[in-house]
Design a protein around this ligand. Sequence first.
Ligand SMILES: Cc1ncc(COP(=O)(O)O)c(C=O)c1O
Length: 479
Amino acid sequence: MSTALRNINPTFHSVQYAVRGELAIKAEELRDDLKQPDHGHPFDKVINSNIGNPQQKGLDQAPITFTRQVAALMEWPELAKLAPPGLFPEDVLARAKELSNEIGSVGAYSHSQGVPFIRKSVANFIAERDGYPADPDMIFLTGGASAGVSLLISMLISSPSSGILIPIPQYPLYTAALAQHQGQAIEYHLDETNDWSTNVSAIEESITEAKAKGVDPKALVIINPGNPTGALLDEKTQEEIVHLCEKHHLVLLADEVYQANLHRPSTHPFTSFKKIVSARQSHVPLVSFHSISKGVSGECGRRGGYFELTNFPPELVALIYKMVSVSLCPPLAGQIGVDSMVRPPRPGDASYPLWKKETDGIHAVLAERTATMAGRLNALPGMSVVASPGALYLYPRIRLSDAAIAAAKAAGKEPDAFYALALLADTGICVVPGSGFGQREGEWHYRLTCLCPGVDEYVQKLEKFHGKWVEKYGAAADE
Ligand SMILES: Cc1ncc(COP(=O)(O)O)c(C=O)c1O
């Protein structure tokens, strides 16, 4: 090995990201194996339930036509002239023209904070959603929410004793960013027995424990709707959380990328933290993240998102601007995707009927699959799952027998990873073990997406596998 490569930044070794970890790598190997006629596996396709990637090959969420038509015209403006009349609806042509006038070529760098015109669209979307104004200068367009989260975490970790409160279970972007920037993860547990609710006194206890260990809590991460839990916060809890941040001088990092994935919106609506902070006239520094990867947009590969800063002093906003300017600008395709997400067709627009049909269909299918899967998984011995009201996932708890735990230990695996590897080998279904998101000592879970078509056949595979597992290792003793 060359001298330059012998000593690398040690934080690279400590970063973990289970969503694309051992299981996903194995699934890719299996996919290659299946190309051989005599592959010898008891299935003929690999099903990726490990990642919330709605347009992935093998899944059936189609892109929103409006989004793709605007994107096509932005990529190749000549198309507007060459297309036969009527191919592009009037509102799509008008939108592309308006964006072209503002942006010019998508091959050029834009303003580092994102195209000002699109930031105004985002501000209007936020103001309409919340009933409180938003300032385009406080909005930063990003290459997906991940880019913004990593930037803010890197900014907040000012010394090795800086800590950030993260939910357990959590989306592993947070632990990965903390490991990379050498900050401390201060864990607080969500309450599975109460539909994965967030308990403010549990957060308070974690703060006290962290301080006793010399860790300085700088920020609180809330993922709402939750990943992997799908839980939604009620406004009372959100107010308590803002109050807690006021009391402990914490920056509130509100990851709201699943705000449009609501399966039971009449009983489980989404309220943004921006609205709660504005209504209270709170001075809590808030960063709210959103993305085009989720919701009905599902444009993960386009890499678009934004964060909005609230109650940030101008000198910090200027510093953040300086840092984003080092990477020049977020991808233009992603920025245009953000514009389509925050400015969809309105009633009366030519594209509206199709947009409505497509988006209603996506919501209905996801809600139906989530409910069906939760109902059937709950009927399995040793398995329980909260029927998520939001996001794209279920996070079942599996109770494992001593024999199963001993077999996992003998194989050198965490018991839930052992279960997930066996599931993959038997069915081709790839899930992520709970150890990748965090869980209480001695508890085991896995996360699976609710995006797979043919839900009946899909769940049958899970059921059959679980039956064989229980036959082989026995049921867990009652708790
Ligand atoms: C909670 C949460 N935050 C952020 C992200 C990152 O999304 P992206 O970078 O694609 O916008 C994800 C992706 O799955 C997520 O689940």
